[in-house]
Structure formats: structure tokens, C-alpha cells
Design a protein around this ligand. Structure first.
Ligand SMILES: Nc1ncnc2c1ncn2[C@@H]1O[C@H](COP(=O)(O)OP(=O)(O)OP(=O)(O)O)[C@@H](O)[C@H]1O
Length: 622
């Protein structure tokens, strides 16, 4: 959960530092709460402040009651004299109860709002940063850790309320004690020290343990998830991996149980020591009180009120220390949320820019060189790449695995900026272009296009998520992608949920998914279509059909960029660029490249040979 990033938390958890940090943490809570709901925040602060006043009134009332009862006039007269004070104490207690209910309600309204607001801010921020930030290992780790910040923010607000309440009760008790006799207040603090020491010692041990065991517990929970993971289920069964995983899960869990038992032992010992010390300090406090009574420094009634105030004050201080300890833990995750905002500043996708032409456009790549930020590879992924993608034509990018084809299309779409050189989209430099407009000009079917765990309708209509999804448009896209039969075969056609992990969900085959992916791109109806290995999961007939449909889309005026390893399919392209180790080594139409006898012709011949020379009987074809 990210604790491994918070080493400093352990050293930060001392009584002095915790108290020093308290105002800052309360301020964080107040800001979060105010932004979420100003009225509810005001209500909580007012109700808790008034509750503190009622506590002080109550304590002073008790002193008055005791003074009246213990007066020499006798118990009956004393009770009569005490009646107004009794009514005052009862009134204060009732008001306190009503105010507590008001806080419970307002706090209950406030906390979910704080969590929602914090989560929305975080998600919005994650959405607006460049792809390079998401691919940056350190930033992504921060994003993962910060996702716990929203629930921490919610908890912090609750803890903040309880700290305020405890603080006010403490001030009330301390104020009453100060009025009764100045020596009583230090005694109250002395009595609470052992409890505070125990709370902080146990928390520190827990943090240290969490820090040391975080990888272990994460690994154990990953193993347990693998056992129920849908994608792994077939292999787990056929290869008999289940007992292996279960054995390791059991061993790791047992090891962690030992650590938890150790922590419980330490906690029990610490609490016992603290209880003994509290007992001693209580004896000392009551001895001082008895001494004051003996010497006549305080009256009997005041001593009785002091006992009540000491008990109320020490329980308020106990509660405050334990709430502050929890706040300290949660504030670290809230701090991560703030870091997401600060560290993403300057990495946002720019808003506005040069207008991007609509309609059929050509793309020119001019001397582009590119390395992934933070990459340890010595040579760039793309080296001085220059090529053209003519409007309304099918342009194929071919090359071996890792030659840079997918990276190049990411640059063309504006997802990354070239380190040098430029890419012109209809004459507009993609670096200066209005990025939202540029994105809207592309429809992309990537190698690993996302399989949304939603209905078939949403899986296709999400291609233009900002517009209402109409049945006619969905049917047309399915027709263009050859996916009509797939949709017709689903139990609830467009309304079928495509995820087996939900009730009434349906599982598609790899090829059926691929057709829906192409339908999504067709639904998007953008002037440029980028298809990266669109037929990897298709049978031979379907493959031909998909290429025919891609051709038809180009004939309608769309610019198509096709990445594929199927050399037979490349024959239908208008233009082919061959990439090798990040550089363009050949360009031309397929027939021309074949005749040239270069790398394209070599790759083509390799694949063709596999069909021309069937393997000998008994030799493996795998
Ligand atoms: N996000 C990334 N961060 C760092 N390096 C990357 C990233 N994506 C790709 N690469 C590297 O860039 C190189 C080119 O990858 P790319 O995916 O563009 O190749 P490709 O030609 O599309 O390969 P394939 O045919 O296997 O799909 C590879 O060496 C790859 O390891």
C-alpha cells in the first residue's frame, strides 16, 4: 500500500513531533472538509466547540452541587440549595448529547464528500497527464500509492473532529482544575503520559513491521489472487499449479502470523507497563489531592470536582493521542495525493494550440529521433525516421519485433513528442497542434486494445464516448468491421455484458473480440485509422475479410496506417515502409519492393516459403 515509501514515518512518530505536527494536520483536515462541504464543516466545528463549553459547565456545576450538599446546613437543605446547579448539570448533559448527535450527522455527511472530492481530483489529474508520465515508473508508483489518499482523507476528517472534541474537553477539564488549584493541572498531564507513551510505542512498532513486511504481504495476496484469477484458471488446473500456489500462500501467511504474534506480545507488555505507571501516577495525583485537602488548601467539594475533572481530562487526552497517531499515518497518504498534483504540474497535456485540419489528410514524418524518457537503452528507439502517409491511402509499416513501428504511430497520434525532427499532420506540427483536436482525428485499434468489462454496446460505442450511442450507428460500425454476426450470436445482442466475472456475463473468443475492436474504430469514424496487428487472432477467411474492409475504409477517403507481420496482407497496401532497428530502410509500393530484392522481399520470401515447402512427415511444425 505504499508504506515502503514512508521510511521517515517511523522516526517521525515521537510524542514531541506528533504534537508539533498536530496544527498542520488539523489544517489539512479543515481545508479538505471546507472544500467538500462548507456548511457541514461549520456545523461540526460549532457543535464540537459548544460541546466543550457544556463539558466545562458540567464540571463547574458538579462542584457547585458538591459544595451545596457538603455545606454544614445539612443534606436536606443542601439538596434544595443544589437544585439549580443540578438542573444546570442536567441541562449541560442534555445539550452535550444533542450536540454530539449533530456532529455525528454532519460528520457522516461530510466524510463521504471529502473522499469523493479527493478521489475526483486525483483521477482528473491522472487523466490529464501525458502518456510519458503514466509510463514513468516513479510517477506511476506515486499514482498507485496516492489512490489510498482519498479514503485516508475521509478518515482524517473523522479523526480531526474527534481530536477537536478531545482538545476542547481537555481544555475544559484543565480550566476547571486550574480554577480549583494550580498544582492539579500538571498532575493530570503526568497521569496521561504512560498511556501516550504506550500508544506511540505500539504504533511505531507496527509501522516498522509494516515497512519490513510489505513486500511479503503483497506477494502473499498476489498469490492468493492468482488462484481465483480467471485468466490463469485454465493453466492452474491443467498444469496442476493450484497446490504449488496454495503451499506458498500457506507458508507465507504462517510466517506473517509469527510476526503478528510478536507484535501482539510487545503490545501486551507495553500496555501492562503503561497501566502500572498510570496506577503509580494516579496514586501520586490522589496523594497530592489528599495533601491539599488535609492542609485545607482545597475544600472537600472542590476535591470531589477535581477527581471528576481529572478522570474526564485524562480520558480526553488518551483519546487525543490515539487519534493523532492515526492521523499521522493517514496524513502520509494524503501527502501523496498532494504530491500527485505538484509532480504532475508541467506534465499535463497542453490545452489549446494550432487548429488541426479535418477531413482526408496526409502525414509527413521528418527526421524524427526518439528515446523513451528514462530508458536505459543506448540507442534511440527511432533514428532519423522520415516517411509519408498519403491521404486516403493504406500505408503499411512492417519490420521485425521491436523495430519501432508501434512507437512511431504513438508519436504520429501525438502521444509522445519527438526528441528531434517533426511530424506534420495535414501540414500542422503535432507538437504545436491542439492536442484534443489531434486525438479526435484518430481511431486506433492497438495490438492490445482494451476489452472493457461492459456491454457489447459500450465496447463499440466507447469509440465516441462523448456522443450518445445510437443503434443505427452501432449497426453500421458492426457492418463495416464484419462484426454483425458476432453481435447477432450474443444472447442479448448489443446488451450482452462482455465479462465473465459478472453475473450474466458472456465470454468472447479472441477473434470475436478483435472484430469488436475494429467495430469500435469504425464507430469512431475518424479521418485517420491506425490498425496494429488487426488480424492476429483471426482465421484465414476472416483475415481476408478484415483487410477488404480496411481497404474499403481507405476507398471512402480515410487515411489508414496498417502495422502487420502478415506479408500477404501487405500486398494490398498502397505504400510500404520497412523499419529496422528504429530506422526506415525501404519505402515503396509492394510490387516495387518485392522486385528490389531487399529486406521486404526477404521477409516476404521467408513467409511464402513456409507455404510452398510443407514440412516433412514426422517433423514438428510448432
Ligand atoms: N513505454 C516504453 N518504454 C520504454 N521502452 C519501450 C516502451 N515501449 C516500447 N519500448 C521499446 O521500444 C522498442 C520498439 O518497440 P515497439 O513496440 O515500437 O516495436 P514494434 O516494432 O511495434 O514491435 P512488435 O512488432 O513486436 O510489436 C522496443 O525495444 C521496446 O522495448
Amino acid at each position: 500500500m505504499g508504506w515502503s515509501r514512508h521510511d521517515e514515518a517511523i522516526t517521525g512518530l515521537t510524542l514531541r513531533r506528533t504534537l508539533v505536527q498536530l496544527p498542520r494536520m488539523l489544517l489539512v483536515c479543515a481545508r479538505l472538509a471546507r472544500d467538500a462541504d462548507r456548511r457541514a464543516t461549520g456545523t461540526v466545528v460549532l457543535a464540537e466547540s459548544l460541546r466543550g463549553v457544556t463539558a466545562a459547565v458540567s464540571l463547574l456545576g458538579i462542584q457547585a452541587v458538591l459544595a451545596a450538599i457538603l455545606a454544614p446546613a445539612g443534606v436536606a437543605d443542601g439538596l434544595r440549595d443544589a437544585l439549580p446547579a443540578i438542573l444546570l448539570v442536567a441541562g449541560a448533559a442534555s445539550a452535550g448529547a444533542v450536540l454530539a448527535a449533530v456532529t455525528t450527522y454532519a460528520d457522516g455527511v461530510l466524510q463521504p464528500k471529502v473522499e469523493r472530492l479527493a478521489r475526483e481530483r486525483y483521477l482528473r489529474r491522472a487523466l490529464t497527464v501525458e502518456l510519458s508520465a503514466i509510463e514513468d515508473h516513479a510517477f506511476h508508483k506515486l499514482l498507485e500509492s496516492a489512490q489510498f489518499g482519498a479514503s485516508s482523507a475521509r478518515r482524517m476528517v473523522g479523526q480531526g473532529t474527534r481530536v477537536i472534541s478531545a482538545l476542547i474537553s481537555l481544555v475544559a477539564a484543565a480550566g476547571v482544575l486550574a480554577v480549583l488549584h494550580p498544582v492539579l493541572m500538571p498532575m493530570l498531564l503526568l497521569m496521561t503520559l504512560p498511556g501516550a507513551w504506550a500508544t506511540l510505542t505500539i504504533a511505531r512498532g507496527r509501522y516498522r513491521s509494516y515497512h519490513e513486511w510489505v513486500q511479503h504481504t503483497r506477494a502473499a495476496s498476489t498469490i492468493s489472487r492468482l488462484i481465483i484469477e480467471e485468466d490463469a484458471a485454465a493453466e492452474v488446473r491443467v498444469h496442476g499449479i493450484g497446490p504449488f500456489l496454495l503451499h506458498h500462500f500457506g507458508a507465507m501467511s504462517r510466517a506473517y502470523e509469527g510476526e503478528q504474534a510478536r507484535l501482539a506480545r510487545i503490545a501486551a507488555g507495553t500496555r501492562l507497563t503503561a497501566a502500572a505507571l498510570t496506577g503509580l501516577t494516579a496514586v501520586a495525583a490522589y496523594a497530592v489531592l489528599a495533601g491539599l485537602l488535609w492542609t485545607g488548601a482545597v475544600a472537600l467539594a472542590a476535591a470531589g470536582a477535581a477527581v471528576v475533572a481529572i478522570r474526564a481530562g485524562s480520558s480526553a487526552l488518551d483519546s487525543m493521542i490515539s487519534q493523532v497517531t492515526n492521523m499521522h499515518e493517514d496524513s502520509l497518504f494524503v501527502h501523496d495525493l498532494h504530491r500527485v498534483v505538484t509532480e504532475s504540474t508541467g506534465r499535463e497535456i497542453p490545452v489549446g494550440g494550432e487548429p488541426v485540419p479535418d477531413g482526408p489528410v496526409g502525414i509527413a514524418v521528418e527526421h524524427v529521433t526518439f528515446s523513451f524518457p528514462g530508458s536505459e537503452k543506448p540507442s534511440p528507439v527511432l533514428r532519423d525516421v522520415s516517411l509519408t502517409v498519403p491521404a486516403g491511402r493504406v500505408t503499411a509499416l512492417v519490420g521485425e519485433n521491436g523495430s519501432g513501428k508501434t512507437t512511431l504511430v504513438k508519436l504520429i497520434c501525438g502521444l509522445h513528442r519527438p526528441d528531434s525532427g517533426r511530424i506534420l499532420f495535414g501540414g500542422v506540427d503535432t507538437v504545436r497542434a491542439d492536442r484534443a483536436q489531434l486525438f479526435s482525428r484518430f481511431a486506433v485499434v492497438g495490438q492490445d486494445f482494451y476489452r472493457w468489462p461492459f456491454t457489447a454496446r459500450v465496447n463499440v460505442g466507447i469509440g465516441r464516448a462523448e456522443e450518445p450511442m445510437t443503434g443505427a450507428r452501432l449497426d453500421r460500425a458492426a457492418g463495416q468491421a464484419g462484426a454483425t454476426a458476432v453481435v447477432d450470436s450474443l444472447p442479448r445482442r448489443w446488451g450482452t455484458l462482455l465479462s465473465r466475472v459478472f453475473q450474466r456475463g458472456h465470454q468472447l473468443s479472441g477473434g470475436q473480440w478483435q472484430r469488436l475492436g475494429i467495430a469500435r474504430a469504425a464507430y469512431r469514424d475518424a479521418p485517420v485509422l491506425i490498425v496494429d496487428e488487426p488480424t492476429a487472432a483471426l482465421d484465414a477467411r476472416a483475415e481476408q475479410e478484415v483487410f477488404d474492409r480496411i481497404r474499403a475504409l481507405a476507398d471512402e477517403g480515410r487515411t489508414v496506417v496498417l502495422i502487420t507481420h502478415r506479408m500477404a496482407s501487405v500486398r494490398d497496401a498502397d505504400l510500404v515502409h520497412v523499419l529496422h532497428e528504429g530506422a526506415v530502410v525501404e519505402s515503396g509500393d509492394p510490387a516495387e519492393l518485392l522486385a528490389r530484392g531487399g529486406r521486404y522481399a526477404e521477409m516476404y520470401a521467408l513467409q511464402a516459403a513456409r507455404f510452398a515447402d510443407p514440412p516433412e512427415r514426422g517433423t514438428s511444425v510448432c
